[in-house]
Write a protein that binds this ligand. Structure first.
Ligand code: ZN
Length: 467
């Protein structure tokens, strides 16, 4: 779990540096004060049980005036996050992150639901199954990953409102790297709400990113006699900090769907009839609204979102295809939409203001035509997929209020490729053969959808989608 790192023979006494305040960005400076201290040579790194005691001791020792900082040479590689842990105490919950290098960090809180977000530059994650909180303390769960290129993030889900104390940094000692200690103290919801929200600069940056995503593309150069190519936007779900569902075999939804989207893109490009765009082509998180904007900005003729499902019943298996409806075609579809719509919550997005996730999805009359075209394509996908993979036995085409499908003018479907909770599905989804077969099936469905005779096919709608 831990990366190689230098264990300093004489650990310097700690200079604990107040590192950050809510919403401000302050470099973590590390001050090393010379000392003939309590911590000696060759001491065995403490076990995780007594790390808290050690940290407390270290914090108490922080009476010495810090000496001028000793800066270490900047490594060219990314800083490494080597460990993260949560200590639950009567009066506080302590979150400790261990790093190879000092980095810029900042924290802020979000409500609806209550979360603590810790932002940092891009880092390499060397965490393997970090200890999880009990779920009974202030912390329900946490996750980490890339939020934006150059911006990594921890998101901590809370069981109760907390106030976040200034982070404290402990320089390397006793075999540990730099440790950032963040204490969470219980507070009231009213106080939590007062300060919750994205810092202003982050808001500005994100809305700029959203604006860029929704900029119309440059008009294509029209060649004489050229036939306009259909534009297909492929949307691999999740990414970065939002890993989606985890398979029984360790396969992560975000990785599976990215790879599958690339294969579908190649299958479509080979045909020469399509212009293909992806909402993401790397392991990065893209907000749901931005995915919709990307589809609209390319004037997509089809928007295809790729996902994989999971179910508490490990026996449920097969692919299914979803289109948009206000209410789900059934309870299970509505549940799935709620889960897939959580992506922004998971990634630590501020849902205040004109947030689309909390508002019900309302479909207007003009959108009905888009939904009918979506439904027709969904039926075609189900037919084509059935030759390449198992199809969910009951109702493989269903509908629900998926945020990512809500562009009023872009026919859109969301394909759940199979159940990562099902051993057989997860196994076959892990093979190139299956992935290529499914990619080819999706591409064939696109062909059939745009074939001239397809226009006269009667639209086949799922329950609730085309009423
Ligand atoms: Zn998903």
């Amino acid at each position: 779990m831990l990366a190689n790192r230098t264990v300093r023979p004489f650990a310097p006494l700690v200079g604990v540096v107040r590192a950050m305040r809510r919403g401000t960005l302050i470099a973590i400076g590390i001050c090393l004060a010379a000392s003939g201290s309590a911590v000696g040579q060759g001491q065995v790194p403490p076990s995780s049980e007594n790390v808290d005691d050690m940290i407390s001791k270290v914090l108490e020792q922080d009476q010495a005036t810090p000496q001028p900082g000793v800066s270490s040479p900047k490594p060219s590689a990314l800083p490494v996050v080597m460990g993260a842990r949560i200590g639950e105490h009567e009066d506080r919950t302590r979150f400790v992150v261990e790093l190879s290098d000092p980095i810029n960090l900042r924290s802020f809180t979000l409500n609806n639901p209550n979360r603590v977000v810790i932002d940092m530059p891009a880092v390499a994650w060397h965490l393997s199954g970090p200890p999880r909180p009990s779920g009974f303390g202030a912390v329900k769960s946490y996750r980490y990953g890339l939020f934006r290129p150059g911006n990594s993030r921890f998101v901590i889900d809370l069981n109760q409102p907390v106030s976040v104390a200034d982070a404290l940094v402990i320089p390397p000692q006793d075999g540990y790297g730099y440790r950032v200690v963040i204490d969470l103290f219980p507070t009231t919801q009213a106080k939590f709400d007062q300060t919750a929200g994205w810092p202003a600069d982050l808001k500005a940056r994100e809305s700029a990113a959203e604006r860029v995503a929704s900029l119309p593309p440059a008009p294509p150069t029209v060649l004489p006699h050229a036939v306009a190519k259909k534009v297909i936007v492929l949307d691999p779900g999740h990414g970065g900090i939002d890993s989606g569902t985890n398979g029984v075999n360790g396969l992560q939804e975000k990785d599976l769907v990215l790879d599958e989207a690339m294969r579908v893109a190649r299958a479509l490009q080979r045909r020469g009839d399509y212009t293909v765009h992806l909402t993401r082509d790397s392991d990065v998180y893209i907000p749901l609204g931005e995915r919709v904007s990307i589809g609209r900005s390319w004037h997509a003729d089809l928007f295809i979102s790729l996902h994989a499902d999971s179910n508490p019943d490990a026996g449920v298996s097969g692919a299914s295809v979803y289109t948009l409806s206000e209410k789900g075609s059934d309870k299970e579809a509505a549940r799935l939409a709620r889960e897939e719509n959580q992506s922004d919550v998971i990634a630590g997005v501020d849902l205040a203001g004109e947030n689309s996730q909390v508002a019900p999805i309302l479909i207007d009359l003009a959108q009905r035509d888009t939904i009918n075209r979506s439904s027709r394509f969904a039926q075609t996908v189900v037919t084509e997929l059935s030759s390449a993979t198992d199809i969910l036995s009951r109702q493989p085409h269903r509908s629900a209020a998926f945020v990512v499908l809500k562009a009023p003018d872009v026919p859109a479907v969301l394909i759940e490729l199979g159940y990562l909770s099902n051993t057989e599905d997860a196994g076959q989804m892990n093979t190139s053969r299956w992935r290529d077969g499914v990619a080819e099936a999706i591409a064939s469905a696109v062909d059939r959808h745009f074939a001239p005779q397809a226009a006269v096919d009667p639209p086949g709608g799922p329950n609730g989608a085309s009423e």
